[in-house]
Design a protein around this ligand. Structure first.
Ligand code: UDP
Length: 336
């Protein structure tokens, strides 16, 4: 299939591009490079052994999305584009609503104008109103969420559902990601956060590299096996394979599935896995809980297993090893 990846120069999009090509698909990337790098697309092209066309621009620009669809004979869209920093969304809610809702609507409109019916959307486990253990897709989703980022994802899920009701030819998959981590095993592409990382894995990687002084562990008094927060860390290549499976299984209507491992890792589990990989202790201190954090968030991945015939195969240790390879080889990310 000829597949357009909006936001395809980002962390998850660039890995998905490679896996799609490995499965025989043709990939075109549309990205405004506001939080991504052209170098990621160059390296993904090299790894995949084909030249991935990159259109630089905004997925909220309906004309541009339409032109890109027409120019490349696009048959499906995977919509990764959007703002993704939870904390920033609290400070800049209007920007998050404009960019995330705007790009999803413009992309769906451009698709409809050009008769493209296949749509895969990057949603998030943050849409669940009550985070917890082994969350199933039937758990309540709403807009009563702790931050605007999660609300944009829940709203776009509702938009996709409404678009599907109005146009029964739409074939959509909504993928609720848990915590994407890791990097391509080559060490050539990975997560390249701007400034101080908000997320645990890139932060620990920078502590291991000596870029940050120490990890601050946000609370060790949660009701979990070691008191620290537990998340479902999913290797980005497993996640990428989930997108390919979803694309290949599309049918009329909307299929909403969790993409997670079903296993929980604590902050200490991540820290200790990193220490085992680098062969030394890493400086850390326990500080107060981060406001809005849940104790536990893990996926029940049964529906994805059943409907997508997809399973994760990589462990937390694999993700840590791959993250470290990427970090060591690219101390300043794509900047060098
Ligand atoms: N965390 C931490 N220190 C950090 C960043 C994160 O202790 O510098 C913890 C956080 O409290 C949570 C887990 O690590 O329990 C994962 O946090 P992340 O921000 O990566 O993902 P999210 O909370 O969005 O699931």
């Amino acid at each position: 299939m000829r597949v357009l990846l909006t936001g395809g120069a980002g962390f998850i999009g660039s890995h998905t591009a490679i896996v799609l090509i490995e499965h025989g698909h043709h990939v075109v990337v549309l990205d405004d490079l506001s939080n991504a790098s052209e170098e990621a697309v160059r390296r993904a092209s090299r790894l995949a052994g084909v030249d991935i066309p990159l259109a630089v621009g905004d997925a909220g620009d309906r004309e541009l999305v339409g032109r890109t669809i027409a120019e490349h004979g696009i048959e499906a869209v995977i919509h990764f584009a959007g703002r993704k920093a939870v904390g920033e969304s609290v400070a800049k809610p209007l920007e998050y609503y404009r960019v995330n809702l705007g790009s999803a609507i413009a992309t769906l409109e451009a698709m409809a104008e050009h008769g493209v019916t296949r749509f895969v959307f990057s949603s998030s486990a943050t849409v669940y109103e009550q985070p917890g253990e082994l969350l199933a897709e039937s758990a309540p989703v709403g807009i009563d969420l702790p931050n605007p980022y999660g609300r944009t994802k829940a709203m776009i899920e509702a938009i996709v559902a409404d678009a599907s009701t109005a146009d029964p030819s739409l074939q959509a998959a909504v993928l609720r990601y848990f915590n994407p981590v890791g990097a391509h095993a080559s060490g050539e592409i990975g997560e390249d956060p701007k400034g101080i990382p908000n997320n645990l894995m890139p932060f620990v990687a920078q502590v291991a590299a000596g870029v940050r002084e120490r990890l601050r562990i946000f609370g060790d008094d949660y009701n979990t096996h070691d008191g620290t927060g537990v998340r479902d860390y999913i290797h980005v290549l497993d996640l990428a394979e989930g997108h390919v499976a979803a694309l290949e299984k599309l049918e009329p209507g909307v299929l909403t599935v969790n993409l997670g491992t079903g296993a929980g890792g604590s902050v200490f589990d991540v820290l200790h896995a990193f220490e085992a990989t680098v062969g030394r202790e890493l400086p850390h201190e326990v500080v107060a809980r981060r406001p809005g954090d849940a104790a536990v968030s893990t996926a029940n991945p049964a529906l994805a297993h059943e409907r997508l015939d997809w399973r994760t195969t990589r462990t937390l240790a694999d993700a840590v090893r791959d993250t470290w390879r990427w970090q060591e080889r690219n101390p300043r990310g794509y900047a060098g």
